[in-house]
Ligand binder design. Structure first.
Ligand code: NAD
Length: 292
């Protein structure tokens, strides 16, 4: 049994930590929104009321926070308050460079830090089927993967620090671009008066097939069940996709990568996230494009 601190008990963290408790670990939680910790008391979480208290005497500290500047503030606070040397696992999606910077800071105190962003969304968090993309020291990953696998069905070592974040951003940028492609294709098909079920039948087994069309087709009653069949309730919101595309564009700048389609995808999803559809699933980009 490990003593685990879990910081950030929002849509994802609140569901992830429950699996750790069920597996028999001693889990303490902290969120600036105290109500969220209170809601987990029935599951057996121990309530901490500050970072300085949760940082003490833990074997592992997880963070699942909104963005890089919050992770920065929280982890610096953890590092200055910890007594022993917990392994820190940041599951938030943040800047690649911020992950690397925090890794170095932790290393200075001989503390291991993994960047371990996830895919699978809130459903994956609830069902314990997340995929963890992990960067940092391989030996720390080997030690921690049994713990990650309690909350997920797969954890992949992606390489040195920052590689987990980089892998996540490459995946999500590709997902955004392919979803825009699917949206354009199905919108044009509509205007050409095609039967969209027949189009799906063909495309999903032809060279145009991809995850966005085969598993997440943005047309109601076409393909497997997806947010399109539920008024585009997320799933993965356009706001979160816009956030990830911003991070991808940053990573492209620092690595001198040419991502013309990624930049266009960032522009489209940022516009969507700032409008009325920002809280809808990202696949509702099909409506934005249709209405241009
Ligand atoms: P969320 O906003 O629901 O949860 C974040 C939590 O952090 C909130 O409860 C907030 O009160 C808490 N928080 C903020 N500042 C804090 C601080 N200083 N100290 C302690 N707690 C603080 O976000 P989420 O949807 O759970 O996402 C968390 C991370 O996971 C994000 O980085 C997001 O990009 C990533 N992610 C989310 C999804 C998804 O589908 N929601 C999927 C994959 C990855």
């Amino acid at each position: 049994m490990k003593k685990i601190g879990f910081i950030g008990l929002g849509n994802m963290g609140s569901k992830m930590c429950v699996h750790l408790i069920k597996a028999g670990h001693d889990v303490s939680g902290y969120d600036i929104n105290e109500k969220l910790t209170d809601e987990l008391l029935g599951h057996g979480i121990k309530k901490e009321i500050s970072i300085s208290s949760i940082a003490k005497n833990k074997d592992i500290i997880f963070t699942m926070l909104p963005n890089g500047s919050i992770v920065d503030e929280v982890l610096k606070n953890v590092l200055s308050n910890t007594i022993n040397k917990p392994i820190i696992i940041d599951c938030s999606t943040i800047e690649v460079d911020k992950s690397k910077e925090l890794y170095k800071l932790a290393l200075y105190q001989k503390i291991s830090l993994l960047d371990a962003p996830v895919s699978g969304g809130t459903i994956g968090a609830k069902n314990g089927t997340l995929t963890f993309m992990v960067g940092g020291d391989q030996s720390t990953f080997n030690e921690m993967s049994p713990i990650l696998n309690i909350m997920g069905s797969k954890s992949v070592y992606c390489g040195e620090t920052g590689s987990g974040q980089a892998t996540k951003l490459c995946n999500n940028m590709l997902l955004a671009i392919t979803m825009i492609g699917v949206a354009e294709s199905f919108n044009m098909a509509k205007k050409l008066k095609l039967d969209l079920s027949i189009l799906f039948d063909v495309v999903s087994t032809a060279t145009g097939s991809c995850w966005a069309v085969n598993n997440y087709c943005p047309i109601p009653n076409v393909g497997p069940l997806s947010p399109a069949d539920n008024n585009f309730l997320p799933g993965f919101s356009a706001k979160l996709m816009a956030k990830d595309l911003n991070l991808a564009v940053d990573a492209a700048k620092t690595s001198n990568s040419n991502i013309g389609f990624g930049e266009k995808a960032k522009e489209l999803f940022t516009k969507m996230s700032e409008g009325n559809n920002g809280d809808k699933d990202f696949s509702a980009i099909i409506e934005e494009i249709y209405n241009y």
